[in-house]
Design a protein around this ligand. Structure first.
Ligand code: GAR
Length: 193
């Protein structure tokens, strides 16, 4: 992946819509010496997103963007990204679909984490669908974002067993714990020569 290297870390924006536990893990990772990224901006479509608290805790700039009009929202975001010299975007529980035009502006520089073993279970309700299909395992995937939903090139995946008594919530919890490890690993992978 062609991203800026050298002594400075790659300026990264994390997009969230909810709890932000992946945001937290990315911020913690970014503080390690071995991390090639710094988290400089948090973008959300949801002013009530619990994850916004990590912006305050770690003193990272936050921007709440109203998505009523997607075109205007994306223009505002692109503006913020430019202003903050952002070079990489990590989607982390961001529940809006970005337009083709937006993605083209950051081609090859947007990552996403998805709670299934893609290409299985694109979209929503991944855990319940895996349980309903009586799958023996599910997992999570970090991938590049392209213009098709949950379809870009896969960087890393982690498998998680589904137990007999698993509910969607219990499975989600175990997969989320793996997501927190997988996202940093995937970032290290794309930066390694
Ligand atoms: C995570 O499980 C993430 O994989 C999923 O939302 C959750 C966000 O949790 N993302 C998607 O479903 C994207 N389609 P978090 O806010 O605690 O990081």
């Amino acid at each position: 992946m062609v991203l800026s290297t050298g002594t400075n870390k790659t300026k990264t924006a994390v997009f969230i819509s909810g709890a932000g536990s992946n945001l937290k893990s990315l911020i913690k990772f970014s503080k390690l010496k071995k991390s090639p990224i710094s988290v400089n901006l948090i973008i959300t479509n949801n002013k009530l997103a619990k994850g916004l608290k990590y912006g305050s805790i770690f003193q990272i700039k936050k921007k709440i963007i109203n998505f009523k009009n997607k075109e205007i929202a994306e223009k505002k975001i692109l503006n913020e990204l430019k202003k903050n010299k952002i070079e990489l975007i990590c989607l982390a529980g961001f529940m809006k679909i970005l337009s083709k035009n937006f993605i083209m502006n950051f081609k090859g520089k947007i990552l996403n984490i998805h709670p299934s073993l893609l290409p299985k279970y694109k979209g929503l309700n991944t855990h319940q669908r895996a349980i309903d299909n009586k799958d023996k395992y599910s997992g999570c995937t970090v991938h590049f974002v392209n213009s098709k939903l949950d379809s870009g090139k896969i960087i890393l995946q982690k498998r998680v067993n589904i137990n007999k008594n698993d509910s969607s919530d219990s499975l989600a919890k175990r997969i989320l714990a793996q997501e927190h490890k997988l996202y940093p690993k995937a970032i290290l992978k794309i930066f390694s020569p």
